[in-house]
Design a protein around this ligand. Structure first.
Ligand SMILES: Cc1cc2nc3c(=O)[nH]c(=O)nc-3n(C[C@H](O)[C@H](O)[C@H](O)COP(=O)(O)OP(=O)(O)OC[C@H]3O[C@@H](n4cnc5c(N)ncnc54)[C@H](O)[C@@H]3O)c2cc1C
Length: 385
């Protein structure tokens, strides 16, 4: 077993760190991190990442993809600030989903603007009454000549409130078990107008988690992707890599909290000595370091399983569920090292805590991930009666 990164992976990490300090941090520095980043700045952010080939991370080389391994993409994502992780995450995965099952004409027409970051995109699956169970979606698509008429609401969609193009899962009827027969369709806001709004949230406030409402939205049939019924498979295939990616988003936050706690413990003096010298403070620091290292290794391992083409449903669910719990606890412990300063909004540690609290929900809640692990272990799916 080899725990060394390859030269290519180290170069990718270093190049990302340089891009963050030279291009991304100067771009976002002028904006309040607790306010949504304006659309123009979000677009510029995606364009910077696009130049590094990151919007095509999961496309095959012959389609202009950057041919990065899942592990290398994870190493890169881990270095990015949360606002970039989320804007890119939604953009990149939607491009990968649109690519799957689309025709050469659709790829040539839809993808170039998304890949370059000229248009912001996202995937709308969740609805007010359908979250963990996407097969219960109610957004309908009804045929009308050479169009579909789409009606419904999508909620909690990353990038929704600034998007130009959304890949939407719609229901075109029910199967014998009453579950939606899901069809994927690309809806371009300019061509087929729909309304969006940002949903205020506890964390990730600089992002654009939002809602989209489609009222008699006429969408050309040429925007239908793949085959009816392929949506669950396409979503699941992409969630498998997304889960360790999100584990690494948590590692990024916990690492920031750890760096701050270690520095603080080395400076703060109580009872006539630096608090870093107290055994119980050392225990907090040791706990945080253990959480970061174990989470990081588990996510890297899950991504390397994906790269080897192994069935990775269990390890990917495990990596997300474990890392998010471990890193959330680690951030809380880093706040504890800071005493009252830990909860000060001036310091910003509490923002890491708020951001981390958002992560266990998308792409499989803790409960759903537990059940995926259980299904992989026992062979018995437990989430549907
Ligand atoms: C930061 C963030 C980004 C997101 N981005 C997107 C996006 O880009 N696109 C998109 O479509 N959606 C997105 N979502 C939505 C996300 O996918 C859903 O919120 C998630 O699937 C859970 O759905 P829900 O919130 O409706 O909760 P529900 O599914 O209603 O779950 C409520 C509770 O019941 C539990 N539960 C549900 N079913 C079971 C079961 N069978 N067994 C045990 N417990 C169960 C859940 O674990 C949870 O604790 C995002 C959400 C967040 C927070």
């Amino acid at each position: 077993m080899d725990f060394e990164l390859t030269d290519e992976q180290r170069i990718a990490q270093d190049a990302t760190r340089r891009m963050v300090s030279q291009e991304i941090e100067p771009l976002i520095a002028g904006y309040d991190p607790d306010q949504p980043l304006p659309k123009d700045a979000t677009r510029q952010l995606i364009q910077i990442l696009a130049k590094q080939g990151l919007t095509t991370a999961r496309l095959p080389e012959e389609a202009g993809g950057s041919a990065l391994s899942a592990l290398t993409v994870g190493l890169i994502l881990e270095q990015l600030p949360p606002v970039a992780q989320w804007a890119l995450g939604a953009q990149e995965v939607t491009i990968a989903r649109i690519y799957r099952g689309s025709t050469p004409e659709q790829r040539a027409r839809i993808l170039p603007d998304l890949i370059a970051g000229n248009k912001i995109t996202c995937t709308g699956t969740t609805e007010p009454d359908a979250g963990s169970d996407p097969r219960s979606i109610r957004t309908t698509a009804v045929e009308d000549g050479d169009h579909y008429i789409v009606n419904g609401t999508k909620m909690w969609v990353t990038n929704a409130s600034v998007c130009d193009v959304m890949m939407v899962t719609t229901s075109v009827g029910r199967d014998e078990n009453g579950l939606s027969r899901m069809m994927r369709i690309v809806i371009d806001k300019e061509e087929s107008p729909f309304t969006t709004r940002k949903i205020p949230t506890l964390g990730l406030k600089s992002g654009h988690l939002g809602e989209a409402t489609f009222v008699d939205c006429r969408v050309p049939k040429r925007n239908v992707l793949g085959e009816t019924g392929d949506a669950s498979r396409v979503l699941t295939e992409t969630w498998i890599a997304n889960r360790p990616f999100m584990g690494l988003y948590a590692v990024h936050l916990a690492q920031k909290a750890y760096d701050a706690a270690l520095a603080f413990a080395g400076e703060r003096v109580q009872f006539g000595r630096k608090i870093a010298g107290f055994q119980l403070v050392q225990e907090l620091l040791a706990n945080i370091a253990t959480a970061i290292t174990s989470s990081r290794l588990l996510c890297y391992y899950a991504l390397s399983c994906i790269d080897r083409g192994e069935r990775s449903n269990q390890i990917s669910a495990m990596a997300k569920r474990y890392s998010l719990a471990a890193c959330q606890r680690a951030i809380s412990e880093a706040m504890e090292v800071h005493g009252a300063m830990g909860i000060s909004t001036e310091l910003g540690l509490e923002r890491l805590y708020r951001d981390a609290r958002m992560l266990p929900i998308p792409d499989g809640t803790n409960q759903i991930l537990t059940l995926i692990e259980g299904r992989e272990i026992t062979g018995i799916p437990a989430y549907r009666a």
